[in-house]
Design a protein around this ligand. Structure first.
Ligand code: FDA
Length: 396
């Protein structure tokens, strides 16, 4: 039976950061992962360049049943702390947009950096190691957690659960953390796919499917939340950053509206077009403002196409309403297969917001995506993983 001060389950972003922080404090740390290599999601993130943080991170960029829970950890481990580590390892990076920082070369460098930090903090990592049972309270008081694994039995003083969410099962995602949380008396809030393409059905799907690949800037609004960015039409529905962002706020049956002329007053714009190009047809002028095929499709099914001079004011108002509040009825999402994150998870009511420690079982911690804290698209999810991992690593 091998004894560790801290056992971390999951060698992803949160688990590795926790292991580094605890190891640097002189704790004997073991990280266990059932996958054959560490940090698979880091490797695939940001299109292979890892959007590792966002310099504009604030608690407002996160969804959680308790909007305040993430504040303490985010305040104590900021994007600048992670940037310091990235710069110390001489990893070149750039800001793409809106504070999103990406590696210039490859996300492999982030995993390499974390592994180097683990090595210098004396952290042991066991990959391809499956956990068969987790027991608590049966052995010595100073090492109350006992794990039976395919690589033998281990005991630990602290157990940190960093096993992530359900998205991308092919990358090692499992519901293990939620099961463990329930085993230890924690509530798990309902989970669903977030940052995920939406599917359409019926008329919307029929009318848009052959426009697959067309992209345009929109403002997507649902449940009082709006995101302005690109939308991409797909074979089965809609995707692109604006849609991925709003998908985290959408639930079946919810209304979703798109502003197809973001940043403009649609009525003003239509009246200007009427003044400037009275003889031109709507589909022609609209085709100069939007992708042509998309504009044409709108005019076939949602608007009436005529020369601009033939519209009266009530008709212009009705058109402006369609363009500014285009209603989309999503039938569902593409699910965990393609989702970037899992919403919901271990209820924060059962955790300390400063340490991530369980309120029910001393020495037990939950960090990263397994917890009911989910960030927007744009580096916020890794920042939560680093910050919550650091918070637990400081005390575990
Ligand atoms: P993570 O999922 O990273 O790690 C969990 C680990 O636990 C895995 O290694 C898994 O194998 C292991 N595990 C699971 N069950 C286990 C078990 N039973 N036993 C042992 N080990 C187990 N975010 C961001 O900020 N910027 C970005 O660019 C991207 N890009 C991106 C792209 C794609 C395609 C996806 C799917 C996701 C992103 N994300 C992202 C989200 C980000 O990857 C995610 O939020 C973090 O990886 C979460 O970190 P965790 O450490 O909590 O879980």
């Amino acid at each position: 039976m091998q004894h560790y001060d801290v056992i971390v389950i999951g060698a992803g972003a949160a688990g590795l950061m926790c292991a580094i922080t605890a190891g640097q404090r002189g704790r004997r740390v073991l990280v266990i992962d059932h996958a054959n290599r560490v940090g698979k999601k880091i490797l695939m993130s940001g299109g292979g360049r890892c959007n590792f943080t966002n310099t504009g991170t604030t608690p407002a960029n996160y969804l959680s049943a308790n909007r305040h829970f993430c504040k303490s950890a985010l305040a104590r481990y900021t994007p600048w702390h992670f940037i310091e580590m990235v710069e110390r390892h001489r990893i070149a990076y750039h800001e793409k947009e809106l504070g999103q920082l990406f590696c210039d070369e490859s996300s492999k460098l982030i995993v390499k950096m974390l592994l180097e930090e683990c090595a210098s903090a004396g952290v042991r990592i066991e990959t391809s190691c499956s956990i068969e049972r987790v027991l608590h309270g049966e052995g010595a008081a100073e090492a109350p957690f006992r794990l039976h694994t395919t690589h033998g039995a281990f005991v630990a003083t602290s157990l940190v659960v960093a096993s992530g969410g359900l998205s991308i099962p092919s990358m090692g995602a499992s519901g293990f953390g939620y099961e463990l949380a329930r085993q230890f008396g924690h509530d798990v809030l309902p989970t669903r796919a977030g940052l995920v393409p939406l599917t359409l059905s019926g008329k919307h799907q029929e009318r848009l499917a052959d426009l697959s690949g067309v992209a345009l800037p929109v403002t997507a609004t649902c449940n009082d939340q709006s995101f302005s960015n690109f939308m991409l039409v797909t074979h089965r529905g809609i995707s692109g950053p604006a849609i991925l962002q709003i998908s985290s706020y959408w639930q079946p049956g919810d209304e979703l509206h798109l502003d197809l002329l973001p940043g403009q007053d649609a009525l003003d714009t239509l009246q200007r077009w009427q003044r400037e190009r009275p003889a031109a047809e709507l589909k022609t002028v609209l085709g100069d403002a939007l992708p042509k095929r998309f504009a044409q499709r709108l005019c076939e099914h949602w608007l009436v196409n005529r020369p601009m001079k033939q519209y009266n004011l009530p008709e212009l108002r009705a058109m402006a309403d369609v363009l500014q509040h285009w209603p989309l009825v999503a039938s569902g999402t593409e699910g965990y297969r393609t989702a970037e994150v899992t919403l919901g998870g271990v209820d924060t009511d059962g955790l300390s917001s400063t340490t991530m420690q369980s309120r029910h079982v001393p020495g037990l911690y939950f960090i990263g995506e397994v917890v009911d804290v989910t960030g927007w698209l744009g580096g916020y999810n890794f920042q939560w993983a680093w910050a919550s991992g650091y918070a637990a690593g400081e005390v575990a």
